[in-house]
Design a protein around this ligand. Sequence first.
Ligand SMILES: *Cc1c(COP(=O)(O)O)cnc(C)c1O
Length: 451
Amino acid sequence: MPESVERPEAVEDPRRRIPRTDLLLAHPQVARASATMSDLVVRDIVRAAQARARAGEIAPEQVLDDVRAAIGDRPSSSLRPVLNATGVIVHTNLGRAPLSAAAREAVLDAAGYTDVEFDLATGARARRGAGARAALLAACPEAEDALVVNNGAAALVLATTALAGTADVVISRGELIEIGAGFRLPDLIASAGARIHEVGTTNRTHLADYTEALGERTGCVLRIHTSNYRIIGFTSEVGIAELAEPCRAAGVPLLADLGSGLLAPDVHLPEEPDAASALRDGADLVIASGDKLLGGPQAGILLGRADVIARLARHPLARAVRADKLALAALEATLTGTAPPVIDSLHADPDQLHQRTARVAERLGGRLIPHDGRVGGGGGAEVPLPGWAVALEAELAAPLRTGDLAVVATVRDGDCLLDLRTVPPEQDDRLVAAVDSARAVLAAPGEPDRR
Ligand SMILES: *Cc1c(COP(=O)(O)O)cnc(C)c1O
């Protein structure tokens, strides 16, 4: 058809052709979206498409397609999956421990109504999270009882508050640590009313420093594992085993904040404390995180003497810091299932890691270089985990982060490094595809993708 001559309606304001809100909302596909999205979100999507048409960014005829695309693409949350190619296993910025397949399944199962505080056999109310408690006690038989709370910090505040109240918490000056983002453990403890009684010095604390501090005002003695730094040189610290007897004699509970969640010793991390050893050495209570080396969900794990756990469970603060059903489900599954990804990454077979990395390097035309992985925020401070990385062009880091599959790499000395220790082996193909896409973005003329 030849180009039509200009007719009066062709000069009509095209904005009048923008579909009305009620008609768009009534479209079957848009109406169906309301089953999984809130009405407010759907309306916002509709309004945004209309606004784009009004601004001339799209034609009025494209409004419906625009709405459909927005509905189709919309993830249910803004949290995006990330491929962690940093080699840092417990990466705080990337959500710490990735859950095991069993734990993911357990979270889904527990997402609806679930018997978290109910006995289906009798129809009566039951102890909350009994399954997670049983799994913890099975994994750490040295503990008489266990309690799970929101996170390690909550466990520490609950323990010191329930055991010391406004009395003294005796801590070595070498253990007054900041755990990140400006949060300091002594401030955390003091925030609930307890008084910090510092003993010893930054580098050296002796048994006499503790025993001289024990008195009327002592609520508990706390040993904190300095999980994110190490003091070397002229140092001395007092072990749990040495402290246990004087604490028992004084009738003062001995707490150990282990930081990481090792329940038993790990050959790869000989310096990392574990719950079983600390309890055997005489700690009355140990505290650990669920999402560090245990490889589970965010949780604070308290293990120890039955009477001490009972005091904590009865304290009003226990209700304010209790674990949710999803965390309880994931924790139990982590403990009873096969090794979680954190442990797989920690124990990655050096030969297999080398083979995988060499293969990916070849596919991508990158260099294979030695690279140390790290435990990360979870513990094992300064312990290198010898491995390998693929070295690529440094410019790839940004498009890799912003691609459809977000990949987080390390940029060092002009290289973009991919450490496969923290990438599940079945994701190698997607990693290669992501690098191909990132290269395509860099090669494309014009503005780089700024999503
Ligand atoms: C990480 C850590 C905490 C805090 O645990 P979260 O689970 O992160 O709240 C407390 N103490 C120590 C020694 C830690 O390393």
